[in-house]
Write a protein that binds this ligand. Structure first.
Ligand SMILES: Cc1cc2nc3c(=O)[nH]c(=O)nc-3n(C[C@H](O)[C@H](O)[C@H](O)COP(=O)(O)OP(=O)(O)OC[C@H]3O[C@@H](n4cnc5c(N)ncnc54)[C@H](O)[C@@H]3O)c2cc1C
Length: 462
């Protein structure tokens, strides 16, 4: 006989009487809706309940309880999976956000961080010691969710992707045991994150960096086609000549209060600001600058600024594609689509770049995109629900048009964190060099009963 949701909650409450450290929030509780809220407002799923473990032991007890009692559970940190993976109808949401410690080693070369740490808190804790690690730009994004599936960010050219900075992990496995991941499991965690267990602790590399130059350069965008194409022709020349790995430039086309604008987000990740300004001048020379906010700051302070400027929730999601070159063919297709871009706030396009040694093949990770490339983000995360359909259709058509370009410019795989479930098979995402086969073997070995079936990536959809 099927067990009702109420019966599941009653049994869970009995279990929790012996685990009083674990915070418990039912759908009837006033704080439930704010705690369950995820980035994508289109996701309206209601979990069975929310539990907030305070320690690895709490997580181990929860996993054991769920597997013994046939309770489905999702793991949530920042809640920013764009397709609602961490908030699942009738599944128990294991909210990791209270496990958020940061423990820096004596040599200041690595840090142990809790499985629910958000990027903003991590940046602040490291900043107190004049340190940074590879991170994305927004404080409200979960560090484990960001880093374990790839982790593109403005420090990537210098320090590598998120996955490349993970040294070790402590995991609650399918059997409810707390284990130190061995090298084989680590290879899987670096690219497929929570597929093998709940990550209760990561050890990551940290680097000395006291201050950076950061800000936005906005170019005169009245003629979007000509500014975009000439910027990218010039940028390609800069890449060919060799740009410093400390310079990160993320180009974007956005709807601003003054209309559609082409802008470039800049981070110079070195304390040598004179060298940074010289490198920055090369970018400024690629168009007519109408606004330039680049100035000295810290990674943590800049993350704070961006996190207040970019909404922490929106309707809709993103799509992605990874390409080798921003050549004339691609920038022509892109410009054509900028001309058609809906004016809704939140509709946008941006490009993350992976270059230099950071893009070289690595054998200690199943992450699939290992060559210099541009990861394109077609953004239809809008402020008003009624704008979502038009924005999504624009993004979908834009992406489809790019898929028609010369095939040698397309990477076979896409970035899993921005790939809607069911669009690209996992065999393509994890792609070359038998990564996918390795991933399947690791899943079979470390999660033989598919206990973590709601984790990203989802194997059963294949
Ligand atoms: C506004 C926004 C900006 C973004 N910017 C970037 C960017 O610059 N670069 C980039 O690479 N990506 C970016 N992303 C994508 C983002 O990194 C991923 O969606 C990431 O997985 C979000 O992690 P989270 O913890 O916030 O989300 P959650 O929804 O909480 O987690 C996502 C999934 O990660 C797994 N997970 C999380 N924590 C754990 C854990 N402790 N143990 C086991 N599994 C766990 C679970 O399977 C969960 O379903 C962005 C997303 C958004 C919405």
């Amino acid at each position: 006989m099927a067990v009702s949701l109420d019966q599941k909650r009653i049994a869970l409450e009995t279990f929790l009487q012996d685990h009083t450290n674990i915070k418990y929030v039912t759908p009837a509780a006033p704080e439930f809706s704010s705690l369950k809220a995820t980035y994508n407002l289109t996701i309206t799923a209601t979990p069975l309940a929310i539990v907030r473990p305070q320690s690895s032991n709490d997580v181990a007890a929860l996993v054991s309880y769920c597997t013994t009692h046939g309770i489905q559970f999702s793991v949530r940190s920042g809640g920013n999976n764009l397709y609602g993976a961490s908030c699942v109808q009738d599944a128990l949401m294991v909210d990791m956000r209270d496990i958020a410690f940061v423990d820096i080693d004596k040599e200041k070369s690595s840090a142990r961080v809790g499985g629910g740490i958000l990027q903003g808190k991590l940046a602040k804790e490291l900043s107190k010691e004049g340190l940074v690690t590879a991170m994305g730009s927004l404080g409200f994004v979960g560090f484990i969710g960001w880093g374990c599936y790839g982790g593109y960010g403005s420090l990537s050219a210098k320090y590598g992707l998120g996955v490349d900075n993970i040294l070790a992990a402590k995991v609650v496995n399918w059997n409810g045991e707390i284990v130190d991941a061995d090298e084989e499991m680590m290879k899987g965690i670096r690219g497929a994150g929570g597929a093998f267990g709940v990550i209760v602790e990561l050890t990551v590399k940290v680097y000395p960096l006291k201050s950076i130059l950061a800000g936005m350069i906005v170019f005169d965008s009245q003629d979007i086609t000509s500014v975009y194409q000439s910027y990218n022709a010039g940028y390609q020349t800069l890449l060919d000549e060799g740009l410093s790995p400390a310079l990160s430039s993320q180009q974007m086309v956005v709807n601003s209060p003054n209309g559609r604008a082409f802008a470039v987000g800049i981070i110079w990740s070195s304390d040598d600001h004179d060298a940074g300004r010289a490198e920055l001048a090369k970018i400024e020379a690629l168009g007519t600058v109408v606004m330039n906010t680049v100035g000295p700051t810290t990674v943590a302070d800049y993350m704070d600024i961006l996190s207040t400027q970019i909404p922490s929730s929106a309707y809709g999601a993103c799509q992605t594609l990874s390409i080798r070159k921003l050549n004339n063919e691609t920038t022509a297709i892109m410009s054509r689509n900028f001309e058609k871009m809906p004016s809704s706030f939140g509709t946008a396009f941006t490009i993350h770049e992976l270059r230099g040694p950071s893009a070289a093949p690595k054998s200690n990770s199943v992450f699939g995109l290992r060559e210099p490339h541009f990861m394109l983000e077609f953004i239809s995360t809008v402020a008003k629900e009624e704008d979502e359909k038009e924005s999504r259709e624009w993004a979908t058509n834009f992406r489809k048009e790019l898929l028609q370009m010369k095939p040698e410019n397309l990477l076979p795989g896409t970035y899993i964190s921005l790939t809607p479930p069911g669009v690209t098979p996992l065999s393509k995402i994890y792609g070359p060099d038998s990564n996918y086969e390795t991933l399947l073997e690791l899943k079979q070995k470390y999660d033989p009963h598919n206990v973590f079936n709601l984790a990203v990536p989802k194997f059963y959809e294949q």
